[in-house]
Design a protein around this ligand. Structure first.
Ligand code: APR
Length: 296
């Protein structure tokens, strides 16, 4: 999976899916919306009207996504999504994340291989670019979906620079994280697995000791864990990480170690919700079967 940044007009992209920063009427507007309808032609609007009549009589809700033809654009589909208007008093970041995750899941259903996103809500809807970029890059990078070619198309240089910083802030890739784990001294790994044993740590004090040992092994992993935990499927459900890359076990460990520093409830959630056991189990499987291949 690849996330790339592009400077320019999203209507000039060649992609399976081009995402529109629409409004709930689905009947066009300015900005990206206006550009897509102008370049894509009347078939897009005709299908938007059909969507309104058949499925969204009250309008497309904020954070949801709907698909139409791409008309004359160099794409197969346009996925329309409605971003939240920024509010200084209400946290609507979940809705903004949902624009990206909903569009990715819909693109998956379509069998799309590539998708191009604008910086949703950062124009008319006044969302601060840096915060929007932080949320958007985490969502697009970490949402599990089979769409492999994921792009942001930024209209101006400033937005491109801000998104570049945000994408770097999402942290190292899976292979780099695994190599960092492999670089940790073997005796630290053996100590962790010795203390953790094979049973479920129900005792918080022992759980805290195990989490601290894990924390020492992932201490070099720096990334925007606050955004990551909002889009990863591993939180807060108390995960089964068996099918996850070992990097996600490390990311989840970092998220709990950081939260634990200022919230005892995080320790209880980690120990009693099953996350700690899942993290240690996945790390042990990697240590016993994948560590050699991870080392650089
Ligand atoms: N290609 C890429 N990005 C673009 C383009 C384009 N052709 N045109 C504008 N942008 C950028 C803007 O600079 C901004 O950073 O897209 C971002 C989103 O801006 P808007 O299009 O205003 O979208 P949004 O803030 O989500 O507001 C949506 O605006 O156009 C209306 O009908 C739309 O009511 C809806 C509202």
């Amino acid at each position: 999976m690849n996330v790339t940044l592009h400077h320019g007009d999203i209507t000039r992209q060649y992609a399976d899916v081009i995402v529109n920063a629409a409004n709930s009427t689905l009947l066009g507007g300015g900005g990206v919306d206006g550009a897509i309808h102008r370049a894509g032609g009347p078939r897009i609007l005709a299908e938007c009207r059909d969507l309104r009549n058949r499925r969204f009589q009250a309008g497309l809700p904020t954070g949801e996504a709907a698909v139409t033809t791409a008309g004359d654009l160099n794409a197969r589909w346009v996925i329309h999504t409605v971003g939240p208007v920024h509010s200084p008093t209400e946290d609507r970041s979940g809705q903004l994340l949902s624009c990206y995750t909903s569009a990715l899941r819909l693109a998956d259903e379509l069998g799309a291989g590539s998708i191009a996103f604008p910086a949703i809500s950062t124009g008319v809807y006044r969302w601060p670019m840096d915060d929007a970029a932080r949320l958007a890059t985490a969502a697009v990078r970490f949402t599990p979906a089979s769409v492999t070619d994921r792009r942001f198309v930024l209209f101006d240089e400033d937005a491109l620079a801000v998104f570049g910083d945000a994408l770097r802030g999402t942290g190292p890739d899976d292979a780099t994280i695994a190599a960092g784990l492999a670089a940790q001294p073997v005796h630290r790994w053996r100590r962790l697995f010795e203390v953790a044993g094979d049973d479920e740590p129900k005792d918080l004090e022992r759980g805290d000791e195990i989490l601290a040992l894990v924390g020492a092994l992932v201490k070099d992993l720096v990334f925007d864990w606050r955004s990551w935990i909002r889009v990863t499927p591993w939180v807060p459900s108390g995960p089964d990480l068996d099918d996850a890359p070992v990097a996600d076990a490390a990311r989840l460990a970092v998220a709990f170690v950081q939260r634990r520093r200022f919230d005892d409830a995080a320790l209880r959630e980690c120990v009693r919700g099953g996350a700690l056991r899942a993290i240690v189990t996945r790390l042990r499987r990697w240590f016993e079967g994948e560590r050699g291949a991870s080392a650089r």
